[in-house]
Design a protein. Structure first.
Length: 189
């Protein structure tokens, strides 16, 4: 797909939900589920010769995840690929729900929803790749980061202005705080 076609696709999808409609949907959300690679990171992984893995996470995304959790929003990681770097970063942020190691993200998240007594329509999911399409279509609010695959963008309810690993999660959480009429400053400790 040419860059101009991809941009046109992105503009059409962004028109699917206006920011006002997005905020209205965010009011119903009880759980924010996030893919990792390409959403919380810039889609890069660094490997050392001994297999040691490093990832680059966006600090502001993490800060707003913590503030949102303090404000009462559940946050979960739903990733196909298991990663010690992801485990470490999520421990650092206090994310309790880290679900990894399955291509079927719907099946991966379903037991968590049962445990939390939530329905799929109370979930927002941010993804970036073709394996995220199923979950993005199943949840109440399917979101894609700006540099997502064109296939996911076609199915997303809303596409962020920011790319994965560049503040896209914070962007959505800023909309969330506005939607639920809470000030993130009140959750700093």
């Amino acid at each position: 797909m040419l860059e101009s076609e991809r941009e046109n696709s992105r503009l059409i999808i962004m028109a699917r939900l206006t920011v006002l409609q997005l905020k209205k949907k965010l009011r119903r959300i009880k759980l924010l589920a996030l893919d990792v690679d390409g959403v919380l990171t810039d889609d890069s992984i660094y490997f050392g010769p001994d297999g040691f893995e490093m990832k680059r996470f966006h600090i502001s995304d993490g800060l707003f995840m913590v503030l949102a959790m303090r404000a009462g929003l559940e946050v979960a990681i739903v990733s196909r690929r298991p990663s010690p770097a992801t485990d470490s970063r999520m421990r650092d942020l206090g994310v309790k729900h880290v679900l990894q190691n399955s291509m079927d993200k719907i099946k991966l998240i379903k037991p968590l929803l049962e445990r939390l007594k939530l329905d799929f329509d109370e979930v927002a999911f941010i993804g970036n790749e073709i394996m995220d399409i199923g979950l993005a279509r199943k949840v109440g609010l399917g979101l894609a980061v700006a540099d997502s695959s064109p296939e996911l963008i076609k199915h997303a309810d809303f596409v962020t202005k920011k790319a994965g690993g560049q503040g896209a999660v914070r962007e959505i959480l800023e909309y969330y705080f506005t939607a639920v009429e809470k000030d993130p400053m009140n959750y700093l400790r």
